[in-house]
Design a protein around this ligand. Structure first.
Ligand SMILES: Nc1ncnc2c1ncn2[C@@H]1O[C@H](COP(=O)(O)OP(=O)(O)OP(=O)(O)O)[C@@H](O)[C@H]1O
Ligand SMILES: [Mg+2]
Length: 362
């Protein structure tokens, strides 16, 4: 079992800084939960409070129903994997993986067996007699994961375990971690600031900003129904476009652009959000067009990323295939399938409404 619960958890550092504010969260048994958010938002602090490496200023943390606030890290039945691996340099892979068990007085035969199992899961069998400095970054990271596996803990905690690896290895290790979780089914809490890692690994994702949990949801729910502008802008790459404008007489207006809205949307200053993949080059006849000046065109072969200027606001579009557009010229963009979101004004404005072709035919 491995159910982790946070109730009204706060972290106030000695200098008075509040790094985590009123965190409430239940991580289900066997769940892969990802904590994501910009640098400094409190991800590591949250994880370290679960692990017992950081004291809890207020609130409670429960593991399998037991309040663990005052329990030592070693008595919490969880294993943590760090970004910097934290391997013992003078020990072999075998000794590194078995060390935690040895300290607990586990029988040598059992250690040998568990290390062998973990090595086979992680393809480390041929490296068991090497020392950390004789291995690549990816291999070291696997050893760090192996050391967590042999403990057979109730939960794994990962703090940006892949961020020291090059891009290709990171993608490969990401898939391996997914496979590992499918195989072991151990409750996992995984910290990253990489939203692709978050989207691909997480059953559910917790988005944090400035110490506050913004939204806890499945990857696709975060993508389609972000609670506010912060979440909308954080999930998705390139990031969602935001266009400042006004609502009046049932329409959103920004410069020459207008969009008709459902009647419940009231008047005032708002932000319209459109994902880059929901912008396309307008047909001559299409309505709801943005007249834009082409700024920069990036051709990737399979798609073209276009940067445009709309009335002094910048827009980015992900256009299919290779598109012939020249910087400095004018063109028009339209919204695909009427996919849009409307937020209250301001960087953290709440989502007011969303559109989709099925509900609002063009
Ligand atoms: N010992 C400390 N004393 C005071 N403030 C701290 C201390 N440790 C961390 N902080 C602050 O708490 C905030 C949260 O830090 P934390 O390490 O949890 O962020 P993070 O989300 O993990 O960021 P990153 O993605 O950069 O690792 C930061 O603003 C940080 O400066
Ligand atoms: Mg961190």
């Amino acid at each position: 079992m491995g159910i982790i619960r946070l109730e009204h958890v706060f972290k106030r550092y000695d200098d008075g800084y509040v790094a985590v504010q009123d965190a409430n969260l239940t991580i289900e048994d066997g769940e892969f939960l990802v904590l994501v958010g910009p640098s400094g938002c409190g991800k590591s602090t949250t994880l370290r409070m679960i692990a017992g490496l950081e004291s809890i200023s207020d609130g409670d943390v429960y593991i399998d129903g037991d309040r663990v606030n005052n329990r030592e890290p070693g008595d919490r039945d969880i294993a943590m994997v760090f970004q910097n691996y934290a391997l013992y340099p003078h020990m072999t892979v075998r000794a590194n993986m078995g060390f935690g068990l040895k300290m607990r007085g586990v029988n040598d035969n059992i250690i040998e067996e568990r290390v062998k199992d973990a090595a086979s899961i992680l393809s480390l069998e041929d490296l068991l007699d090497r020392r950390p400095k004789e291995m690549s970054g990816g291999q070291r990271q696997r050893v760090a994961v192996g050391r967590a596996i042999v403990r057979q803990p109730a939960a794994f905690l990962f703090d940006e375990p892949l961020s020291n690896l090059d891009a290709k290895l990171r993608v490969q290790m990401r898939t391996e971690l997914s496979r590992l979780h499918q195989r072991l089914g151990t409750t996992t809490v995984y910290v990253t600031h990489d939203q692709v890692e978050a989207m691909t690994l997480g059953h559910r994702i917790v988005v944090m900003n400035k110490g506050v949990i913004q939204q806890v949801d499945t990857p696709l729910a975060l993508y389609h129904q972000p609670v506010n502008r912060f979440v909308a802008g954080f999930i998705g790459s390139p990031a969602m476009n935001f266009i400042r404008g006004l609502v009046g007489e049932g329409n959103f207006r920004a410069g020459e652009f207008t969009l008709s809205l459902p009647s419940e949307v009231t008047r005032g200053a708002v932000t319209l959000g459109i994902r880059p993949e929901d912008l396309l080059l307008a047909e001559a006849s299409s309505s709801h067009e943005f007249s834009v000046r082409v700024d920069v065109i990036e051709r990737m072969g399979n798609e073209t990323i276009g940067y445009f200027d709309f009335d002094g606001q910048s827009l980015v579009a992900r256009l299919a295939g290779d598109v012939a557009l020249s910087p400095g010229t004018m063109t028009a963009l339209a919204i695909r399938d009427a996919n849009w979101h409307l937020f209250e004004a301001g960087d953290e404005g709440a989502r007011i409404a969303s559109g989709h072709a099925e509900r609002h035919p063009r």
